[in-house]
Write a protein that binds this ligand. Structure first.
Ligand code: GH3
Ligand code: MG
Ligand code: MG
Ligand code: MG
Length: 296
């Protein structure tokens, strides 16, 4: 729990000091004095929990909580109200704004600490569950479920920020023959090696590799130029060939991949279905024109 961090939002500096010192033994704590700044901090570096005052200068705590509910990256950060507005009607407003708990002022330190601990524990468990549900059991890279979510978010972001975007569909060549020759267990081992190699080739933290299906992978490269994406596609093809995993079923004599790439310029838009069908057509072209290569 020591790695968790909580954001305190309160316009009284005395209250901020009190809350910070009360929680210091439980987790890391940062304090800000207004809701606008709290939302900025949440967007920059997601806290695990927010302790929200109600009456603030500018945006109120209730409005801030409602705003966070409507921003998908922030909607899962739990918010606890810490306020002296304790009437039944006000408490109802807190719940309907999306808060997970309500702590009255003046605070009782032990109660606040235990409420925070309980919510942090719950948040950690949820994060862990989410993490495992998005990871492919065999290869340890992101799975199709995560791809389906990420692609929607990334295409929206690309349009909003008017950035170029590249996607690659990668398929192992003659993999059926590999399985037939060396057996499925050894085939599984190749899948792991290919996945790790693809992941290691992708250097920027914003780029992602997914296992899309059986022996198919997808790489997404936000804010990447066409030349940059082409050079990464070439690197991926070479890196897999350079693993030198013997496959006597392939004319290349080693395991190779084919890559279908699709590129969106700054002003271009498309949906997931169009993107995948373009990448798939390019992959088909790479297969038809010799494999162990990329096509666009
Ligand atoms: P191509 O070069 O045209 O892609 O030929 P290919 O043989 O790779 O293509 P095809 O789609 O015919 O075969 C894909 C094979 O991938 C079939 C299946 O046995 C294998 N495969 C899919 N998922 C797994 C897996 O999880 N483990 C193993 N060992 N093999 C898998
Ligand atoms: Mg206040
Ligand atoms: Mg395939
Ligand atoms: Mg294949």
């Amino acid at each position: 729990m020591g790695d968790c961090w909580v954001l305190v939002v309160d316009d009284s500096s005395l209250m901020r000091q009190l809350l910070v010192s009360c929680l210091r033994s439980v987790c890391k704590v940062t304090a800000v004095e207004c809701a606008e700044e709290a939302i900025r901090v949440c967007q920059d570096s997601q806290p695990d929990l927010v302790l929200m005052d109600w009456i603030l200068e500018g945006m109120s705590g209730i409005e801030a909580c409602q705003t966070m509910q409507n921003i998908s990256e922030l909607s899962e950060i739990p918010v606890i109200f810490v306020t002296s507005n304790t009437s039944e009607a006000n408490q109802e407003l807190c719940w309907s704004s999306g808060a997970v708990d309500f702590v009255p002022k003046p605070i009782v330190p032990k109660t606040l600490q235990n409420r925070v601990k309980t919510h942090l524990k719950y948040k950690l468990q949820t994060d862990l569950l989410k993490k495992y549900s998005f990871v492919d059991g065999l290869t340890g890279i992101y799975n199709r479920r995560f791809f389906d979510m990420e692609i929607v978010r990334l295409l929206k972001q690309t349009t909003r920020l008017q950035q170029p975007f590249a996607a690659m569909m990668i398929d192992i060549d003659f993999f059926k023959k590999y399985n037939d020759e060396y057996g499925h267990l050894q085939g599984d081992d190749v899948l792991k090696q290919v996945a790790i190699t693809l992941k290691n080739q992708i250097k920027r933290p914003i780029d992602t590799v997914f296992r899309y299906g059986g022996e198919e992978f997808i790489v997404l490269l936000p804010n990447t130029s066409q030349d940059g994406a082409k050079s990464i596609a070439n690197q991926l093809v070479s890196a897999i060939k350079n693993l030198s995993i013997i496959n006597i079923g392939s004319p290349m004599e080693v395991v190779t991949v084919s890559v279908g790439m699709t590129f969106l310029a700054e002003s271009q838009r498309c949906d997931t279905k169009q993107l995948l069908s373009r990448a798939d057509a390019a992959l088909y072209n790479a297969k038809e024109t010799g494999r162990n290569k990329f096509s666009i």
